[in-house]
Design a protein around this ligand. Structure first.
Ligand code: NAD
Length: 279
């Protein structure tokens, strides 16, 4: 795969899990990488694990704050020049049932999972279009952006939004030299299940109550037994090189996609049937 050789990539959520594995894979394929994350300690550790100081730079960046993402974009261009690949990957999960989720936690997850992606596109796209060397924007959604379960309404809402936003962006950029992909994985080994421990409703105090949520243990088990982040990252780079839009990794998810489509079409047909009796 030569498409990444000497190109520059920007990755959010690069200190852990999928973002770290993407950074590692990009460097292995010859790219220069700006690794961005809010967690300074893990970010430094992640960069030293990759160990290619001429190809890797780090920046503390809060994906949920537009000014922080804009500053990171400028720092990336100052360090490496033209940016070709933007991975809007930082994300958090939040379980809970409607009626029991603090609105400030809703705002927190929307700011990171949805607006973080938008800020990344806004910060990088104009310069990518201007440099004329081509590029690709890769937004991390989830299989949770294609079908919903009953325990994570904010996570599903943000991930459905990232899928929809990415579809719109791809339509907008169709025919240009900037591609778009949306990552829709299930269960990749990472620390995602602990993200809600620091959510705003606990005012930044250490909080373990998210671990008593009914889905905490089951999610943790599925993630712990999931695909390695390294294997998923390799699939992502192959998909980007092939200019594939949706990136899936779960052979069992096809049934869920079929089921959702069938439910939508059943209601669609029923509505059109009822309309015949309404003048
Ligand atoms: N692991 C899975 O099974 C899975 C499945 C579907 C989608 N995803 C998505 O993959 C993405 C990466 O998650 P992961 O599984 O690697 O989890 P992870 O928790 O291991 O890594 C997420 C990284 O994002 C960083 N981060 C969190 N908030 C941030 C912010 N405001 N600004 C900058 N960085 C921030 C964290 O510090 C962490 O380093 C997320 O968008 C997640 O929703 C993961």
């Amino acid at each position: 795969m030569t498409d990444f050789e000497n190109k520059t990539a920007f990755v959010t959520g690069a200190a852990s899990g999928i973002g770290l594995a993407l950074s590692q894979a990009l460097v292995a394929h010859g790219a220069k990488v700006m690794m961005a994350d809010i967690d300074a300690e893990n970010l430094a550790e992640a960069a030293s694990k990759i160990g290619a100081p001429d190809k890797v730079e780090t920046i503390i960046c809060n994906a949920a704050e537009q000014a922080s993402v804009e500053a990171a974009a400028k720092a990336t261009r100052d360090r490496f020049g033209s940016v070709h690949f933007v991975f809007n990957n930082a994300g958090v999960s939040l379980a809970g049932r409607s009626g029991n989720i603090a609105i400030k936690d809703w705002q927190w997850i929307v700011d990171i999972n949805l607006l973080g992606v938008v800020y990344g596109v806004e910060a990088f796209l104009p310069a990518m279009q201007a440099h004329g060397e081509g590029g690709h924007i890769i937004n991390t959604a989830s299989m949770a952006g294609h079908f919903a379960t009953g325990y994570m309404p904010p996570y599903h809402a943000t991930k459905f939004a990232v899928v929809g936003y990415s579809e719109a962006l791809a339509m907008e950029l169709k025919g240009s030299d900037i591609g778009v992909s949306v990552l829709c994985p299930t269960w990749v080994k990472s620390k995602i299940y602990d993200a809600a421990v620091g959510r705003p409703s606990v005012d930044g105090k250490p909080d373990e109550s998210s671990k008593t949520n009914p889905v905490y243990e089951s999610t943790k088990a599925l993630v712990d037994n999931g695909m390695s982040a390294e294997r998923f990252a390799e699939l992502v780079l192959i998909s980007v090189a092939k200019k594939r839009f949706y990136v899936f990794n779960d052979p069992e998810a096809r049934g869920a996609i079929d089921m959702r489509r069938d439910l939508i079409l059943a209601d669609y047909d029923a509505c059109l049937d009822d309309l015949k009796d309404i003048t």
